[in-house]
Design a protein around this ligand. Structure first.
Ligand SMILES: *Cc1c(COP(=O)(O)O)cnc(C)c1O
Length: 240
């Protein structure tokens, strides 16, 4: 077994164990393998080991891998943009990715909807929320998240799936869980508001994208439905 295959098995075991401990079914939590800075060969190894959903932060790097894997892999893979999206990159995201987790402004959502090709399914969207108020951080404030969700729900070529958050590193399990629970509460509040808004804006709203290698157990206890794991699968990153 390759290192990546063994790591994947370990991460899937961690997810299953955390689900058991939290009284949840393992099928409720999806694993997103974060392949940023690693090459198409590393992604291919993970695919061979059964992984299908991948997250990329740097859009051009992601598109290069998407094209490469399309040519070399027999499997249909699912690609998630989890990095910041500038206006001049929305076209790439709309044309190549299946999901974008980092929408925090209506202008970006509008461009993604306008640029989503007609022959592709709607782009799946998570709204990024800055739950712990880090000053220089991306993400809409919790107070503004509902209005953004209602606005995104009206855009025709997007499918609104839920919330994503990247809290500051917290010192221990309890602190990690407490901050993730703020995102979970907001997720439930927005679900109720979307339901109250009625049928024209009906959206799946089924995804809480929370947790990375260091805090995935706490995120699962708090209700995460999708953990984004890089280091635990591919190893430490070196940035060029
Ligand atoms: C890099 C990254 C991850 C993965 O982090 P690890 O600690 O390596 O698991 C998850 N989410 C986002 C948004 C990232 O940028």
């Amino acid at each position: 077994m390759t290192t990546i295959a063994a790591n994947l098995q370990q991460v899937n075991d961690r997810i299953a164990q955390a689900c058991r401990a939290a009284g949840r079914a393992p099928a409720e939590v999806r694993l997103l393998a974060v392949s940023k800075t690693f090459g198409a060969d590393a992604v291919a190894e993970a695919v061979t080991a059964g992984q299908r959903a991948f997250g990329e932060n740097y859009i051009q790097e992601g598109v290069d891998k998407i094209i490469s894997l399309r040519q070399s892999s027999p499997h249909r893979l699912e690609w998630h943009c989890i990095g910041p999206i500038q206006s001049n990159k929305t076209k790439w995201v709309a044309e190549y990715f299946d999901w974008a987790h980092t929408v925090d402004r209506l202008k970006i959502a509008q461009r993604l909807s306008d640029q989503r090709p007609a022959d592709m399914p709607p782009l799946n969207i998570c709204i990024q929320v800055n739950v712990d108020g880090g000053e220089n951080k991306a993400g809409v404030s919790p107070a503004d998240a509902l209005q953004l969700a209602l606005d995104v729900a009206k855009l025709p070529r997007l499918c609104l799936r839920g919330l994503m958050s990247i809290p500051e590193p917290a010192p221990d399990f309890a602190a990690q869980k407490a901050v993730h629970e703020q995102a979970r509460q907001l997720f439930e509040d927005i679900r109720a508001a979307l339901a109250a808004a009625g049928a024209p804006w009906a959206q799946p709203w089924d995804t809480l994208s929370l947790g990375m290698t260091g805090d995935m157990e706490a995120a699962i206890h708090a209700g995460s439905t999708m953990v984004r794991v890089g280091t635990g699968i591919f190893g430490g990153r070196t940035y060029a």
